[in-house]
Design a protein around this ligand. Structure first.
Ligand code: NAD
Length: 343
């Protein structure tokens, strides 16, 4: 028996009617399986994965097939090549385009429209309209500050298996309290007294990279948020690590505006690299301007309140640490200790 899986040709259809698992099962039953080259591309299943499962990667030969599996109606070209009596099975859209449906009938194939599967218990495993559940995605959050903690909580709410890492040891408890796994190399705590991170020593960077390299191979989504105040963002995901990830995985690099936690991400671009998608969206708060503006406005109003006196006049209290900590210029000069002498 020969089973063929052509590439879907309908606009916007990126699925494929076989997986490496189903190919393996057909081969085990003695079938010869032909998968068209590139048929799995849109579903992030490379030809190699089908070949490893026992399929022959083909670019035709539909005329020899006893069974043809499709997600939607086959192209006119495939249909014309099929032998009479061949079984065609897929989402054949029986309710629209009567002419197209008649063309399928005239080709002489025995066609099964999977949408018409009875909705009975015995048919559940064959029901393409409610196919089943998918395994939970594995999500890895790198950098557990404000953004990282929100990412952990959101990914957990969405049902993901979540892990997270940071160089500040204090984050371990926070990560665990949100129900995620803490991934931590045997390194010195890199927290500063201000609660931020400092740059790691070369030795600790290497230890962290080795641990991360192993972990990322199994992840579906990585969200990186790692920043070091006043320094470029640390590189946490190297190109080699991206290469080791599964096709279809996604990296969201929230540090992209400060150079990125991954050298392949680009500001305001979606980059595709060997099947991995890197999202480099900048100014995320600006995408939620309706919610973000009132929050931002309230921060400013609360700060300005420190300066507005009862009689409505303004007074700058130099001793207030919030005022001291943020005032960078006054009287024609840079006054903040961090920026004095800056050009
Ligand atoms: P951030 O944006 O500067 O950095 C994000 C995270 O990346 C930090 O947790 C940092 O430790 C981590 N990181 C840096 N280098 C890393 C590396 N090599 N590998 C992995 N992770 C790395 O941080 P943030 O979101 O501003 O938060 C920093 C701290 O400040 C947190 O403890 C946060 O709770 C605290 N905070 C307090 C207030 C407040 O009290 N008003 C407000 C905001 C943040």
């Amino acid at each position: 028996m020969k089973i063929a899986i052509p590439t879907e040709t309908q606009h916007g259809e990126s699925r494929v009617a076989a997986s490496p698992d189903t190919v393996k099962a057909y081969v085990k039953k003695g079938a010869e399986v032909l998968v068209q080259a590139g048929a799995g591309k849109g579903a992030s299943i490379p030809d190699d994965a089908f070949a490893a499962a026992g399929a022959k990667i083909a670019n035709g030969g539909w005329g020899e097939a006893d069974v043809v599996l499709t997600v939607r109606r086959p192209s006119a070209e495939v249909l014309a090549a099929l032998k009479p009596g061949a079984i065609l099975m897929g989402g054949l859209e029986p309710y629209g385009d009567k002419e197209g449906l008649e063309a399928i009938a005239k080709s002489g194939v025995t066609a099964f429209a999977m949408e018409l599967m009875p909705r009975i218990t015995r048919a559940q495993a064959m029901d393409i309209l409610s196919s089943g559940t998918v395994p939970a995605a594995k999500v890895f959050i790198m950098g557990v500050g404000v953004a990282g903690l929100q990412a952990i909580a959101t990914a957990r709410r969405l049902g993901a298996i979540v892990s997270a890492t940071d160089v500040r040891k204090a984050t371990e408890e926070q990560v665990k309290s949100l129900g995620a796994k803490f991934v931590y190399a045997d390194i010195a705590d890199a927290a500063t007294s201000g609660g931020y991170a400092k740059e790691l020593s070369a030795e600790d960077k290497a230890k962290q990279a080795a641990l991360v390299a192993e972990h990322v191979k199994t992840q579906d989504v990585i969200i990186t948020t790692a920043l070091i105040p006043g320094r470029p963002a640390p590189v946490l995901i190297t190109e080699a690590m991206v290469d080791s990830m599964k096709p279809g995985s996604v990296i969201v690099d929230l540090a992209v505006e400060r150079g990125g936690n991954c050298p392949l991400s680009k500001p305001d671009q979606i980059v595709h690299h060997k099947g991995v998608t890197l999202v480099g969206t900048v100014n995320l708060a600006g995408r939620l301007a309706g919610n973000a503006s009132p929050l931002f406005a309230k921060n400013l109003a609360n700060f300005l309140d420190l300066m507005i006196q009862k009689d409505g006049s303004l007074k700058i209290d130099d001793a207030d640490e919030c005022i001291k900590g943020t005032m960078i210029a006054r009287g024609g000069a840079l006054v903040h200790p961090m920026f004095q002498g800056a050009k």
